[in-house]
Design a protein around this ligand. Sequence first.
Ligand code: DQA
Length: 143
Amino acid sequence: MKILVINGPNLNMLGIREPGIYGNQSYAALCESIRSYAAQNDLEVELYQSNHEGDLVDQIQAAYGVFDGIVINPGAYTHTSIALLDAVKAVGLPTVEVHISDVSAREDFRRVSYIRQACVKTICGHGFAGYTEALAFLKEQKT
Ligand code: DQA
């Protein structure tokens, strides 16, 4: 099973950005934990990060016919982007929305998620573990 893991804007700044909210571990450490979980669980993963909305749309579109599922943390585009929602709807791949922090317990504007309605599951506030939980969910759904 092939899963594309997408991270949106500012997630490349993990370890530096607001450590009280996102922790002290870097984006490279996140990638390493996802890769190692995938290797132990017979999953193929590809990781992609961009700060640009259109690039994220391109990546979701390119997943069509190539990947079996998507794990996405759209960062701040969660709360603004109809284009990402439409892209996930367009490809029709099972997609899990992940947030490191508990977006429901922060500012009001973080409670809105456009992409959520196209996702099979949302995981919030579990830190880096949310990504591996999302991989496990997609794997279990397929079997
Ligand atoms: C985030 C939450 C978003 O509100 C924020 O803009 C992010 C990260 C999270 O992982 O908790 O960039 O998606």
